[in-house]
Design a protein around this ligand. Structure first.
Ligand code: ZN
Length: 161
């Protein structure tokens, strides 16, 4: 289901997630790609300052709302290291962005955090398809998901020290 180009963009998301981890943030990274395959915007998680709405997929939705016409937004693809949370999925849906490709699913993250003994957060981990009508969603990729898992293990072990 995923193309080689999809995997290349997902690897960039994982690099951004690693950058977040190095800055003390949770390891999530996302990239917005145009219909022509150009990277338009990219970001990583920035919640370490205490604002837990600073997710990269939300930053992408805001950037797209300010910089792209609705017809352009619909043709984009959002790549992300981890499936959108419900807040980001809602932002994606309201702004009218296109396909979503993720390396790892929310269900995988829930399992990983449970294995690490991390208590669940305040927001339910609904799948994107429960939040956005007619969402076009691809993922996870088992090999890339393992790279994401390792970043989450490193983050939570560093928090437990
Ligand atoms: Zn989010």
């Amino acid at each position: 289901m995923l193309t080689d180009q999809d995997r290349e963009f997902l690897r960039r998301c994982i690099e951004l997630a690693a950058t977040a981890l190095e800055s003390g943030d949770e390891p999530f990274g996302s990239v917005l790609v145009s219909a022509e395959g150009a990277v338009l915007f990219e970001d990583h998680n920035r919640v370490s300052g205490g604002d837990h709405t600073q997710h990269p997929e939300f930053a992408i939705a805001r950037w797209a709302a300010h910089n792209l016409r609705p017809a352009e937004r619909a043709k984009t693809t959002v790549y992300t290291s981890g499936e959108h949370c419900p807040m980001c999925a809602a932002a994606h849906g309201w702004v009218g962005l296109g396909r979503i490709v993720y390396a790892s699913s929310s269900a995988q993250l829930v399992q990983w955090l449970s294995d690490l003994g991390v208590p669940p957060g305040p927001v339910r981990p609904l799948p994107i398809t429960e939040v956005i009508r007619d969402a076009v969603v691809h993922g996870p990729d088992e090999t890339l998901a393992e790279s994401v898992r390792q970043l989450h293990v490193r983050f939570h072990r560093s928090q437990m020290q």
